[in-house]
Design a protein around this ligand. Sequence first.
Ligand code: HEM
Ligand SMILES: *[C@@H]1O[C@H](CO)[C@@H](O)[C@H](O)[C@H]1NC(C)=O
Ligand SMILES: *[C@@H]1O[C@H](CO)[C@@H](O)[C@H](O)[C@H]1NC(C)=O
Ligand SMILES: *[C@@H]1O[C@H](CO)[C@@H](O)[C@H](O)[C@H]1NC(C)=O
Length: 378
Amino acid sequence: MKLIQVTSIVVIMLILALSHLGQSHARSEKGESNSGRGYGAAQGPKGRGFVPPITSSPPPLSPPSPPPPSPSTPTTTTSGLKVGFYEGLCPNKLDDIQAILTLKVQELFRKNSTILPALLRLQFHDCFVHGCDASILIDGPSSEKAAGPNLSVRGYDVIDALKDIAEAQCPGVVSCADIIAIATKEVIKMGGGPDYQVETGRRDGLVSKSEDVNLPSPSLTVSQSISEFSAKKFTPEEMVILLGCHSVGISHCQFFEARLYNDTTQFDPLMDPTLRNQLKQTCPKNANSNNVAFLDQNPQSSNILDNSFFDQIVKQRGILPIDQDLARDPQTSAFVLQFAGDRSLFNNKLASAMVKLQALDVLTGSKGQIRKTCSRIN
Ligand code: HEM
Ligand SMILES: *[C@@H]1O[C@H](CO)[C@@H](O)[C@H](O)[C@H]1NC(C)=O
Ligand SMILES: *[C@@H]1O[C@H](CO)[C@@H](O)[C@H](O)[C@H]1NC(C)=O
Ligand SMILES: *[C@@H]1O[C@H](CO)[C@@H](O)[C@H](O)[C@H]1NC(C)=O
């Protein structure tokens, strides 16, 4: 009798202990997937410094027991890229094609520093549509290039010049997608931004369709923009730091002139009045001009990739509606203030966000191809 009681108590305790274990295990799985950490760890990153995205997607429905062995989960930073992918891949003891390309980028930047904004925007547009697979470079009446938001994307000539060098010295090996990444990384550094180790190993995509181009519009609300970035696994903070790339480059009047005139619904009464008066000169009402304004209205740093853009938007001197709204919306204004006040924080966060952007939905291994000419699928 006693024995049976003791045994059943032990059994009940065991059951309780096991079910409790199960619960806490499930909880920690859930916590991990909510913070994105488990996701990042499954990809096996080697000490990369960025914080993985916080996703609001629900945790996996399947039981947590067997950890998924597949490393090929899409849309992460570690989809098979690595630093120094091309080492040893070129003939004739040419061991560093990346260094040769980098030297050429430096030469081109010294001649024309506006390749910095050109390449940054090109990189963003490439990665946000079909991943960083150079699909934006494909020519054709209905390719990505031909879509509305491409407007004025520049820098194709830079990529072509680099591809010529790559093909002459190391034929068939270096992808156009990696050339964009290497070049963008280098101009970021030369333009005053962070230096970081660019990952390589991307392959070029086989698809480029204008109807796939669905880039954020400059008059989206902050909430809409947050959800577009979240669909690509970027946090609101990462979105803010990436929009900090508007620290360089220009915008055409069409994207912001409605903020200037008090008879439009988009009139912005809060804009710094001095700036408004200047911009009215640049963008006369209904003139349909092709004029442009610097996105960073600090005249000392309009072509320097630094945090002064954030300082400007705090001072109500933003150009694009979305840029100005970052400083006003409670979802993003704290990030804006932080970056405005701390250049090294800006540099560190931008480096991490760029590594992540440049790894977005990449093709690696035997996927895609190495294009011979960047504007054509082989
Ligand atoms: C919500 C997201 C974004 C929107 C709505 C947006 C919109 C725009 C617009 C309308 C322009 C002006 C284009 C022109 O008039 O030629 C522009 C320029 C630019 N954007 Fe963005 N952008 C976004 C995110 C980004 C990101 C993430 C980057 C970089 C990682 C970036 C880099 C640039 C650069 C460098 C320019 C200047 C281009 C030049 O001088 O040619 N943008 N953007
Ligand atoms: C961008 O798209 C427009 C049409 O929206 C087209 O006229 C223009 O040629 C395209 N730009 C490039 C570089 O292909
Ligand atoms: C500078 O480079 C940009 C981007 O490639 C190009 O659009 C522009 O025409 C160049 N300017 C000069 C003066 O060569
Ligand atoms: C609107 O702007 C014009 C100048 O562009 C000014 O004369 C007028 O007083 C303004 N109206 C209002 C309601 O602020």
